[in-house]
Write a protein that binds this ligand. Structure first.
Ligand code: NAD
Ligand code: LMR
Length: 326
């Protein structure tokens, strides 16, 4: 398995690479080659991490390459983890990163299009993740759109954890939670189809708690972490990255999770937007959970987040960050 991690010298890179090399992403029998892509300023940190990877003597780790050349980094890649990009700081919304970070994803999309393996899977972690994934996919016209995804699994895991604490159940007893929309403060964590230890969550919580506590807590958790630790989430972001790829490759069975995928028009989300949906992974492909009834409370929140995704798409288009032909 050839795995490319961009921004490998950064904090998520450091939290992620050892876990991939130890087998947590692909399982205990799949050898991995790691390609660590950085900009020149980050090469020394990435090279240092490569030394530590060597010191772990991981039985599954075959080869580690450190480079600032996207063409080399993405040549033959099976799984591309696009982490490299600036995190927001205190007082910023993720959308403020759009112009600077958006410029990174066109060239990476082009290099993936040129050199990736035919089964490539791409996960964008760098913010604003949904629209960066839209940009990367637009520059990779030869790769099926469903191979481009963005990370909302962290939001999903946060929602599961908050519900479990509130209801006094174990996290493994929560199912059917859904994150809809953008990985931003407009995202909508939807519990109306969720169960806790087999009981419908909607019967266990009231709307005041949902609207006043649960939803804002999940939506703003990234910012809560930034203010608490003085840096954006890294350990939990790495965990969610592992979870997303593990489930994509191995399948979820009947269990739901959430992932931002290229919309096929389901639930009225305009085709082509990279939007978070409730999904299952079946035979290596994400499938939107279909046929859910959405009440007015949910519909209004999903529509607001989708409207933000449309604005972001129009913004990157106006900045000239999308190819003109598509
Ligand atoms: P960091 O600043 O610690 O590391 C980012 C690294 O990316 C740096 O080493 C930098 O040199 C590198 N980089 C910048 N431009 C690059 C390029 N063109 N090619 C390759 N590497 C490049 O940041 P971090 O804490 O690791 O976070 C990375 C990104 O992930 C941020 O945008 C952050 O907001 C985002 N994030 C997303 C989620 C999510 O749930 N989607 C969660 C946490 C963080
Ligand atoms: C998160 O959700 O923790 C990340 O997207 C970092 C951020 O900017 O909130």
């Amino acid at each position: 398995m050839n795995v490319t991690v961009t921004g490998a010298g950064g904090q998520i890179g450091y939290a992620l690479l050892f876990r991939i090399a130890s087998g947590q992403m692909f399982g205990p029998t799949t050898p991995v080659n790691l390609r660590l892509l950085e900009i020149p300023a980050g090469l020394a940190a990435a090279a240092g991490t490569a030394l530590e990877l060597e010191d772990c003597a991981f039985p599954l780790l075959r080869d580690v390459m450190v480079t600032d050349d996207p063409t080399r980094a993405f040549d033959g890649v099976n799984v591309a983890l696009l982490v490299g990009s600036r995190p927001r700081g205190i007082g910023e919304e993720r959308v403020a990163l759009l112009e600077g970070n958006g410029r990174i994803f066109g060239p990476h999309g082009t290099a993936i299009n040129a050199g990736a393996a035919s089964d490539v899977r791409v996960l964008v972690v760098g913010n604003p993740a949904n629209t960066n994934a839209l940009v990367a996919a637009a520059f990779a016209p030869d790769i099926p759109a469903e191979r481009f995804t963005a990370l909302t699994r962290l939001d999903h895991n946060r929602g599961v954890a908050q519900l479990a604490v509130h209801l006094g159940v174990h996290v493994s007893e929560i199912d059917g939670l859904a994150i809809w929309g953008n990985h931003s403060a407009t995202q909508y964590p939807d519990v109306f189809h969720a169960t806790a230890a087999g009981r419908p969550v909607r019967e266990l919580v009231d709307e005041d708690w949902l609207a006043g506590t649960f939803i804002p807590r999940v939506e703003k958790r990234g910012y809560e972490i930034i203010t608490a630790r003085g840096a954006s989430s890294a350990g939990s972001a790495a965990e969610a990255t592992i979870d997303h790829v593990y489930d994509w490759v191995h399948g979820t069975g009947e269990r739901w999770t959430s992932a931002a995928i290229v919309s096929d028009g389901s639930y009225g989300v305009p085709e082509g937007l990279v939007c978070s949906f409730p999904v299952r992974s079946v035979e290596g492909q994400w499938q939107v959970v279909q046929g859910l009834e959405l009440n007015a409370f949910s519909r209004a929140r999903i529509d607001a987040s989708v409207a933000e995704l449309i604005e972001e798409r129009d913004h990157v288009r106006a900045l000239g960050l999308l190819p003109t032909a598509r």
